[in-house]
Design a protein around this ligand. Structure first.
Ligand code: 5GP
Length: 189
């Protein structure tokens, strides 16, 4: 992590430092620049967490592109799987014929992503792929092809770089692991 920043007490350790994130995102941007040359690229992400990764990724892609945002929520009261999601804010762009790259912060069980992909596929894009910063593969329930992956992560709860715990920690410039005690006792966060 940036050595100027002390680790908040709710966090156990840093998983990816700011320079590691910057380098990885730059490399993803270079690959996407090659793969999407001549295409009609739209980056779509899910608010709020994904906006941080999308911003840095878009800056690393040397192509004309547009960006669009979705907001979803867990269905009120749904605390057990399968999670039901509601669209809180829909996309503004028409996706017909566009090359859509769904930009995600983390894919965990894959249930949310599966829902969003179904939603986007119904808009008839020319192509639809996924770019996730973090892949928590061990917990996957739905098998979804991830075209671009920043990092594999173990089965821990991570925060920072857009990822929150009860809306906190999104602005940490690194990705860190939340202490299990904090997860077990939310009054500590
Ligand atoms: P999935 O439907 O794949 O299980 O869950 C994906 C969503 O759960 C992510 O978009 C994110 O909102 C949340 N999530 C899953 N794992 C983590 C994590 O380690 N940290 C944070 N902050 N959110 C997570």
């Amino acid at each position: 992590m940036s050595s100027a920043l002390p680790l908040p007490p709710e966090l156990e350790r840093v998983l990816f430092t700011r320079p590691q994130l910057r380098r990885r995102v730059a490399r993803l941007g270079r690959r996407i620049t090659v793969d999407y040359a001549g295409k009609n690229l739209v980056l779509v992400t899910v608010l709020r967490g994904g906006a941080f990764f999308l911003t840095e990724l878009a800056l690393a892609i040397d192509l004309p592109l547009t960006v669009d945002f979705l907001a979803i929520s867990g269905f009120p009261g749904a605390t057990v799987q399968p999670r039901v999601v509601q669209v809180l804010k829909d996309l503004e762009e028409d996706l017909v014929g566009k090359d859509v790259l769904l930009v995600e912060d983390v894919v965990d069980t894959g249930l949310t992503l599966a829902y969003i992909l179904r939603l986007l596929r119904a808009r008839r894009p020319a192509s639809l792929e996924v770019c996730t910063l973090l892949d928590k593969n061990a917990r996957r329930i739905v098998d979804i092809p991830l075209r671009y992956v920043g990092f594999q992560v173990p089965d821990v709860f991570v925060v920072g770089y857009g990822l929150d715990y009860r809306q906190r920690f999104r602005n940490l410039p690194f990705i860190g692991v939340l202490r299990e005690e904090t997860l077990a006792d939310p009054s500590r966060a």
